[in-house]
Design a protein around this ligand. Structure first.
Ligand code: PLP
Length: 408
């Protein structure tokens, strides 16, 4: 498929990308951390506060119904984006909240001593620590799903683990934030289901970069975060099978999640509202709806195709730099490159690149167990979005060469 989109003009949709850093044009290679926001999202949030601001689901006045409509409209847009029913999609502050919701509301009441929770070695701490906490509270056990040196799930080992009869839940990322690995979540969820293992998929790094069909994946829970997909911070969602929602007690109590409250007891609202206590990030979700519109107008397949071309270019120019080691060479990868340069500490590298105007992340990327697997304390990570250019990647590679010589 040829790429006929005007990516230079599309880049112009992002006001922040035209600023300078340390007197140099900004080269933003940290989209996996948080994405920049297009003008349409910024203007939608601005317009909401200027014209429609009110609380949702409470007031009968005009502004109240405008705010509620806008908020619920975003829920419908998000649900359509991932091919699920809007009533099964709980809006929350992001993946961290979403996974904690599953851990406390679904897992905690069900875990028994001796039960096993599996999580892959490449999980972000958000899909690891909540499981450790609830496993610890119930005397259950956490076990790692190991990976290959290329950064792919060890499928044979996983098959053996799933068949052990002890596993209650599998926590797996759709796309690794460090390695870029795209996990075969559909096949893995099918296998887990055969053994009665519930699956929790972390979609934080998938939704911004590819078309995601949650119904086709066949998981039990799918979590995502809005700020990595061109939306405002403090937005995200959790989809669950309707049977799961129906069986789950509320996670947080308060306003909005009730039907009737008496001192003798409370009748809770139906999902999704049962799990949305308190005033949500209304303006943020209205902005996230605009982000969904923006991404869909570009087309998720076109975004994926563009980013794959950028990734292939980055692998080829970075791979030619002496002493540069790339972490994560899975056969299916999203546009993330983690690397180290011999003799240079990741933080020194990132600091010197910053002086060139290049924003990359350095550190453990909230993935300590993965760093332990590779025997390193930190890596540098460049993560690309469709608005990046091939010229930026060439400049990035030249800057690494320059910095490498300075640090040698
Ligand atoms: N999971 C993955 C794979 C991530 O990359 C991140 C963020 O970096 C998270 C979870 C946590 O997302 P949030 O901080 O938005 O809750």
């Amino acid at each position: 498929m040829s790429d006929s989109r005007d990516w230079a003009a599309i880049r112009g949709d992002f006001p922040l990308l035209s600023r300078q850093v340390h007197g140099k044009p900004l080269v933003y290679l940290d989209s996996a951390n948080t994405s920049q926001k297009p003008r349409s999202v910024i203007e939608t949030v601005d317009e909401f506060y200027r014209l429609h601001n009110a609380n949702v689901s409470r007031a009968v006045h005009q502004l109240g119904s405008e705010a509620t409509d806008a908020y619920e409209n975003s829920r419908r847009k998000l649900a359509a984006l991932i091919n699920v029913q809007a009533d099964d999609l709980v809006l929350c502050s992001g993946t961290t909240f979403a996974i904690n919701l599953v851990a406390y509301s679904w897992a905690l009441p069900r875990l028994n001593p001796g039960d096993v929770i599996l999580a892959s070695r490449m999980e972000h701490h958000a899909n690891l620590v909540p499981w450790q906490i609830v496993a610890g509270l119930r005397g259950a056990e956490m076990r790692a799903v190991e990976i290959t040196p290329e950064g792919e799930v060890d499928r044979d080992a996983l098959t053996r683990q799933l068949a052990s009869g002890k596993v209650k839940l599998l926590a797996l990322t759709h796309v690794s934030n460090v390695l870029g690995t795209v996990n075969p979540v559909r096949e893995i969820c099918r296998e887990a289901r055969k053994h009665g293992v519930v699956t929790v998929i972390d979609g934080s790094q998938a939704l911004p970069h590819r078309a995601v069909d949650v119904a086709a994946i066949g998981c039990d829970f799918y979590a995502f975060t809005g700020h990595k997909m061109c939306g405002p911070t403090g937005t995200g969602g959790l989809w669950a099978r309707r049977e799961c929602w129906r069986e789950m007690p509320p996670f947080l109590g308060g306003g909005e999640m009730i039907r009737e409250v008496r001192f003798e007891g409370t009748v809770f609202n139906d999902p999704p509202h049962k799990f949305e206590a308190g005033t949500p990030n209304i303006a943020g979700f209205v902005g996230l709806g605009a982000a969904v519109d923006y991404l869909q107008a570009l087309g998720m397949d076109a975004i994926e195709q563009r980013e794959q071309a950028l990734l292939a270019h980055a692998h080829s120019v970075l791979g030619a730099i002496p002493g540069l080691r790339i972490f994560g060479t899975a056969s299916e990868k999203a546009a993330v490159v983690s690397f180290l340069v011999e003799g240079a500490h990741a933080h020194d590298l990132a600091t010197l690149l910053d002086l060139e105007g290049i924003a990359v992340r350095s550190g453990h990327h909230c993935a300590h167990p993965l760093m332990q697997f590779y025997g390193v304390a930190a890596t540098c990570r460049a993560s690309f979005a469709f608005w990046n250019t091939f010229e930026e990647i060439d400049f990035f590679a030249r800057s690494i060469e320059k910095v490498r010589k300075l640090l040698a």
